[in-house]
Design a protein around this ligand. Structure first.
Ligand code: NAD
Length: 350
């Protein structure tokens, strides 16, 4: 296996090498902890500022710490003995959150500056940063039929104000820690991730989870309509969580991608109207659509150009949206009825 195609297992990362994952009480990092655990890694330190009972997933046998990693002392503790650091902690959410709470999003710079310095000081071998498609120039995303974004489209920079600029600056830290100090950094620009064990209500949820929940609610309450933010023509691509965790592993262990931002997303472009139709089909209903033109709707169109990831990793996210959304819908439906029955469910408490 050429080194550029390897995962943690294939590069020979020792099964008892210390792995640190931040943001582990949330969606993607929670799944990443499970991913490494299931592959036999025995020293995983999972970290999130949420109290442990509020974590979306808790993986047995994993050291789980409730600490705020925007604070230097906590970051030093978190990175002790680390071989690999995966920093996914961020104050974030769907468009409803990032357009409204720009200061909170910008303040994630504290997490990323403290974590990368602590990882470097601890002598970590590799450092992963979860960037976002929101780092791309918004001028290129006005039209629903905009061409897919390639990695060079981040500059000249005109990122999403707040969340996107924070990601761009943190990417730059990763690049300079490699250039000046030799820390091997990996930077993936995620395009919308969805799947079970993600936020599904409360204001931070993304469109796939929101649409599933709205269909489930409508069916349960007998409502015959569904509200859509914007006019429904906005386009996006959505990546299933299992593709995301696998992609993180591959990107982190690819020598050719050190300090090089790369898209990690699906290239299956759909409109929000298509997404609603899919959720309706899974739920077996047809609802009347109402549109809220004043609601946050983000850019007009955004897709992931996957030529670079195909060329370098000979791989890309491939789970069809219909398949992934079916699993997500089933999980949200279970959550919805569990909550109704007074059982404990995933809840955004931030
Ligand atoms: P999430 O909100 O589910 O998880 C993030 C976690 O970080 C939360 O549990 C939160 O409590 C934790 N956190 C926030 N501030 C912290 C702090 N100071 N100290 C410790 N923990 C803190 O979000 P997610 O969807 O899992 O996103 C993970 C990463 O991927 C984030 O960096 C996000 O910006 C990036 N990303 C996600 C998507 C997506 O579609 N989910 C898209 C692009 C980028």
């Amino acid at each position: 296996m050429p080194p550029s195609l390897a995962t943690a297992e294939e590069t020979g990362l020792s099964k008892d090498g210390q792995i640190v994952v931040t943001g582990a009480g949330g969606f993607v990092a929670g799944a990443l902890v499970r991913y490494f655990h299931d592959r036999g890694f025995t020293r995983i330190r999972a970290v999130d500022k949420k109290p442990l009972p509020d974590w979306y997933q808790r993986v047995p046998g994993v050291e789980s710490l409730s600490l705020d990693v925007s604070q230097e002392a906590h970051c030093r503790r978190v990175c002790e003995g680390a071989v690999e650091v995966y920093n996914l902690a961020a104050d974030m959410g769907g468009m409803g959150f990032i357009e409204r709470f720009r200061i909170q999003c910008l303040r994630s710079i504290l997490i990323n500056t403290q974590m990368i310095e602590a990882a470097y000081q601890a002598g970590a071998e590799r450092y992963f940063f979860s960037s976002s498609a929101c780092a791309y120039n918004t001028e290129l995303q006005k039209d629903p039929q905009s061409r897919a974004l390639k990695e060079s489209d981040a500059y000249p920079a005109m990122a999403e104000r707040g969340y996107g600029w924070e990601k761009l600056m943190s990417e730059m830290f990763c690049q300079e820690y490699w250039a000046e100090r030799g820390l091997k950094t990996a930077i993936a620009r995620f395009h919308n991730v969805y799947g079970p064990h993600g936020t599904w209500d409360g204001g931070r949820e993304k469109a796939p989870a929101a649409m599933c929940r709205k269909v489930i609610e409508a069916k349960d309450t007998g409502r015959d309509s569904i509200e859509i933010w914007g006019d429904g023509t906005q386009t996006r691509s959505f990546m299933y969580i299992d593709d995301c965790t696998q992609g993180i592993d591959k990107i982190m262990h690819c020598e050719e991608l050190i300090a090089t931002p790369i898209n990690l997303g699906s290239s299956e472009l759909v409109s929000i109207n298509d997404l609603v139709s899919l959720a309706e089909r899974i739920g077996g209903v047809k609802l009347r659509r109402t549109y809220d033109p004043h609601a946050p709707k983000g850019v007009g169109g955004r897709n992931s150009d996957n030529s670079m990831i195909q060329r370098i990793l000979h791989w890309e996210p491939t789970t069809p949206l219909g398949e992934g959304l079916k699993k997500t819908y089933a999980w949200i439906q279970q959550q919805y009825y569990d909550r109704k029955a007074g059982k404990r469910t995933v809840r955004d408490v931030a």
